[in-house]
Design a protein around this ligand. Structure first.
Ligand SMILES: CC(C)(COP(=O)(O)OP(=O)(O)OC[C@H]1O[C@@H](n2cnc3c(N)ncnc32)[C@H](O)[C@@H]1OP(=O)(O)O)[C@@H](O)C(=O)NCCC(=O)NCCS
Length: 154
């Protein structure tokens, strides 16, 4: 039974290892350990017993918008509903905060579409593009797809 909970500082290294594992395969962007610590309050983990099976972060970018980032599920727990549970928890938190739109930049748009997101133009999220994407080494050759869920309408 998987339980999604706020991450603790003690989870930071496990989160970092999980993200690094998939980032090394080219499935997501790397996050330095220091950045995981800095944003630990954004993170949720899915636990089974004491083991972290997956992680995700909900990062607020403005009064009405937040991003799901660093979503990763252990390789031996794929397709077991962990990713869906993490995204649902992020969406639930965003809704409780009164946030109107939750978006993600992802190489797995099909997964997000199954969770109720729609494919969007990244320029719908200028806060992201002009504060973070511009500093990314892949900015001019970005293969990530923007997806969004409009909570005001959902
Ligand atoms: C993408 C990822 C988070 C999905 O997590 P998961 O726990 O395997 O997914 P779930 O079991 O919760 O899947 C939920 C639904 O999405 C579907 N799905 C899962 N991965 C999918 C994919 N890559 N493409 C399309 N649909 C997918 C499942 O079949 C399931 O469908 P259903 O509701 O009809 O049964 C996981 O594969 C992962 O960690 N990948 C590596 C890192 C990554 O790509 N992160 C996301 C990019 S930011």
């Amino acid at each position: 039974m998987v339980c999604v909970q706020p991450a603790s500082l003690a989870d930071a290294e496990t989160i970092h290892q999980l993200v690094t594992f998939w980032a090394d395969k080219g499935d997501m962007l790397h996050r330095p350990l220091g950045e995981v610590f800095e944003s630990i309050r954004d993170f949720k983990v899915a636990r089974e017993g004491g083991t972290v099976m997956g992680c995700a972060a909900l990062h607020i970018l403005g009064a009405d918008i937040a991003e799901v980032r660093s979503l990763a599920v252990r390789e031996d727990a794929q397709r077991g509903g962990v990713g869906a549970a993490l995204v649902a928890s992020c969406v639930e938190e965003a809704r409780a905060l009164g946030i109107e739109r939750v978006f993600a930049l992802t190489y797995r748009p099909g997964f997000f579409e199954k969770q109720g997101f729609r494919v969007a133009d990244v320029m719908e999220f200028p806060q992201k593009v002009w504060s973070e994407c511009v500093r990314c080494p892949f900015f001019t050759n970005c293969k990530e797809v923007a997806v969004v869920m409009d909570l005001a309408r959902a």
